[in-house]
Design a binder for this molecule. Structure first.
Ligand code: HEM
Length: 513
């Protein structure tokens, strides 16, 4: 009898829920917005599509078929309209990140981090406190660390060239990006470039974290329930996050143990100074403003947000160069010309790289064609609702623009499927076109949540690309590549043959044997 009562109450509750659900469905002002049939009722459609690992393609094709606003899940709308950018992401827009970002943090409220932070006040305060460490003027203090890693990267490529062995350059870019971010953040390289292997399983741990966070975020309520039990399994993304946290804590403790006394600290700000050094100095000066938790949290953010993103972007730049020989030729011509004028060293300085228009256009266009992140940047419509793309969206609706959808919009980027660095140079003569493209160009996100490490990643890319392109020739082993999108759209492999171009870095060698 007792069991029967429980069963009937559960059934009753389910029925009421279904009724409310259908009431919402039929009265919603957004009910006529098109989308896959299942997406009207459940998030499982979105989950399944993301799980397959190619959501950027699904998202583009949905918009091509169904127009600028598409339903992806109940109350979740993907937008493809340049006019929506300012409303959703503009500074002061007040659209917080959605609960999808919950999956990117430890479930404990005390263990918040910057990237998934949904409390807009705490986010703004924290960001303001640390943004000078990521500024253009700070880059000078990080440049020697990048040079160190670029030296090692060059050595590894020379070895592959000499041994006439093909290499997975996506993997080596990952080694480079990890070592650079380790060096810049903690003053020590992790050693990936020395060994070329996944030391202590850190790369795998990060990848597992990506998959876990991307998927669990879709059903964010499950994250606090599943995180604990799943952390026990080494292969799981939850364990991956725990691994990275321990890894970062370990480095910080080692560094603290080595830290000199207050009086011994060098105040030479013109020399290289890593992130941790800067943070620890700020902590000593004002321990309440820069706490131990801040030091840990920002260090961890750099590793998670700044390694794969940069390596994917480097792969993308080289991918489009090796598949577009004419672009490669033009880039080499620019490098040779700047070299002849004494304006481009082998270890290209950041300043020199910024003066090379074709190099910058190549980087920009490659990041348009293949952006590191490939899911909509979900935000919640604030109180009072909002008009987006000619429709009124009630408060609480989740809306987002996917970088890939924006970048493949033919109205903004003519012939968007085509890799054309020249579009950025030609647009200099057409300010309206340039303004439109810039406004819908978002590889680093937008507005108050735009990438904090953007300048650092541009430093890493701008220095390495001219160096390898002038010293080496590359031949792709296969045309095209495969990618997997678990938030980061990662190439699964990118195999190349590599050959030295000649000691002067100018000789173009004969055909591949
Ligand atoms: C080419 C390389 C990179 C790309 C394409 C990239 C892309 C992005 C994007 C798209 C966002 C915004 C995500 C959103 O709105 O949901 C973001 C945020 C962020 N990125 Fe990057 N990133 C790169 C490199 C880096 C590096 C090197 C660092 C650190 C040194 C970094 C640190 C961060 C942080 C801390 C945030 C969160 C900012 C906030 O919420 O205020 N990123 N990045």
């Amino acid at each position: 009898m007792h069991m029967q009562l429980v069963f009937l109450s559960a059934l009753g509750l389910l029925f009421i829920r279904l009724l409310l659900y259908f009431y919402h469905l039929t009265t919603s002002p957004l009910k006529d917005i098109p989308g896959p049939f299942l997406a009207r009722f459940t998030k499982w459609w979105y989950f399944y599509r993301v799980f397959r690992g190619h959501f950027e393609r699904d998202n583009i094709s949905l918009h091509r078929r169904l127009g600028p606003i598409v339903r992806i899940a109940p109350d979740h709308y993907s937008i493809n309209d340049p006019s929506a950018i300012k409303t959703i992401y503009g500074i002061g827009s007040n659209f917080p990140k959605s609960d999808w970002y919950e999956g990117w943090k430890h479930p404990s409220p005390d263990r918040w981090t910057l990237f998934p932070e949904r409390n807009m006040k705490r986010h703004a305060e924290t960001r303001k406190r640390f943004q000078s460490m990521y500024s253009m003027t700070s880059l000078v203090s990080y440049e020697p660390y990048v040079d160190d890693c670029a030296d090692l990267f060059e050595t590894r490529l020379r070895e592959f060239a000499q041994a006439e062995r093909e290499l997975d350059i996506a993997h080596w870019f990952q080694c480079y990006a990890f070592d650079v971010i380790g060096h810049i953040t903690f003053g020590e390289r992790f050693g990936f470039l020395d060994r070329g292997e996944d030391i202590n399983g850190a790369l795998a741990a990060l990848q597992n974290t990506m998959v876990y966070s991307t998927l669990i975020g879709i059903f964010a309520k499950w994250h606090p329930i599943l995180f604990g039990p799943m952390s026990r399994f080494k292969w799981s993304g939850a364990a991956g996050r725990a691994f990275i946290m321990k890894f970062v804590q370990g480095i910080i403790s080692r560094r603290k143990a080595k830290e000199p006394e207050e009086g011994e600290i060098s105040r030479d700000v013109s020399g290289p100074q890593d992130f941790l050094g800067k943070m620890m100095q700020a902590h000593r000066e004002n321990p309440e403003k820069v706490t131990d938790y801040h030091i840990f949290m920002m260090g961890q953010s750099n590793i998670i947000a700044g390694s794969d993103t940069t390596s994917i972007s480097l792969s993308s730049i080289l991918y489009y160069l090796v598949h577009n020989p004419e672009t490669m030729r033009k880039l080499r011509d620019e490098i040779a010309q700047f070299d002849a004028e004494g304006r481009c060293d082998i270890k290209t300085t950041f300043k020199q790289s910024q003066e090379m228009p074709y190099l910058q256009a190549v980087i920009k266009e490659a990041l348009r064609m293949h952006s590191a992140t490939g899911l909509p940047l979900w935000r919640v419509v604030p109180d009072g609702g909002s008009e987006i793309s000619g429709r009124f969206f009630p408060a609480g609706t989740v809306v987002g623009v996917n970088t890939w959808v924006a970048h493949y919009n033919d109205d903004v980027f003519a012939d968007a499927m085509k890799f054309q660095p020249e579009r950025w140079l030609d647009a200099q003569r057409d300010p309206k076109n340039l303004k439109d493209m810039e406004a819908y160009y978002m590889p680093f996100g937008l507005g108050s949540r735009t990438c904090l490490g953007k300048h650092i990643s541009i430093l890493e890319m701008s220095k390495l690309i001219p160096r390898v392109v002038r010293l080496f020739e590359f031949q792709p082993v296969e045309r095209g590549w495969d990618t997997l999108n678990y938030w980061f759209v990662k190439p699964t492999s990118f195999k190349l043959r590599v050959r030295l171009r000649g000691t002067d870095g100018k000789t173009v060698s004969s055909d591949w044997i």
